[in-house]
Design a binder for this molecule. Structure first.
Ligand code: CDP
Length: 232
């Protein structure tokens, strides 16, 4: 860890489509800088889990206003690598297929975005954070000193997600690369086309294409950009 004491802490916003390498990059860069990593996708996934458990998903498709009741006493916290929803460790549950399938719909709802926006802005208020998601540079922290837009070829992203799921093992059968590619493309479409805070590059964001980069290479690029900002 190279905690850059003496330099004013900054916000690093990393946005990009599904499985482009945001969380891996963000986590390592945050560790190197002594910053806090905030995975906003995990927050949207946590709300989705709450919706699924409530049995209200279909009702929300007809009347999104009903989501307000589910957001009222919501708490989401990060403790180290783990995410807690209302005090329960949901780190594994939020990665399940059903959550992945429904998260873009739940994330498109205005009351959900408003609530999480508030939470995310308070989590990053002291700066010294690396936050990844879809709208961090455009909506959550448009004043982030460094904005990155991470992209990669959809087939390559599907391969990475497949390898990640296969490595995790467990009882669930792993979808094929083709199935994952379809799911990723579908989620990208929904994230790009929604009305509220769609996935799009901020004009100041630096595009990093990770299609042919190793993790070490993409970390080195983002870390290098951060050091430049901190020393600049
Ligand atoms: O890791 P993966 O690429 O599968 O996605 P994620 O970062 O866990 O985010 C899951 C979903 O949450 C995205 O597909 C978006 O629909 C939503 N999301 C969002 O709307 N805004 C964010 N800032 C982060 C995630």
């Amino acid at each position: 860890m190279e905690n850059r004491i003496g330099t004013r802490p900054i916000i690093i916003a990393i946005d990009g489509p599904a499985a482009s390498g945001k969380s891996t990059t963000a986590k390592i860069v945050a560790g190197k800088l002594g910053y806090t990593y905030i995975d906003t996708g995990a927050m949207y996934r946590s709300v989705t889990l709450r919706v699924l458990r409530s049995g209200l998903l279909d009702a929300l498709r007809r009347d999104a206003g009903q989501v307000a009741g589910l957001l009222r006493d919501l708490t989401i916290e990060f403790r180290g690598d783990r995410v807690f929803l209302d005090g329960e460790d949901v780190s594994e549950a939020i990665r399940e297929n059903l959550v992945s399938r429904e998260v873009s719909f739940v994330s498109s709802l205005k009351p959900v975005r408003d609530r999480l926006l508030e939470l995310q802005q308070s989590m990053g208020a002291a700066r010294g954070v690396v936050m990844d998601g879809r709208d961090i540079g455009t909506v959550v922290f448009p004043d982030a000193e460094l904005k990155i837009f991470l992209v990669a070829d959809p087939r390559e992203r599907a391969r990475r997600r497949h390898a990640e799921l296969a490595k995790k093992g467990g009882s669930a059968t792993v979808p094929t690369v083709e199935e994952l590619e379809e799911e990723i493309r579908q989620r990208d479409r929904e994230d790009e086309q929604r009305t509220h805070a769609p996935l799009k590059r901020h004009p100041d964001a630096v595009v990093v294409d990770t299609s042919i980069l190793t993790i070490e290479e993409q970390v080195a690029q983002v870390y290098g950009l951060a050091v430049k900002v901190l020393e600049g």
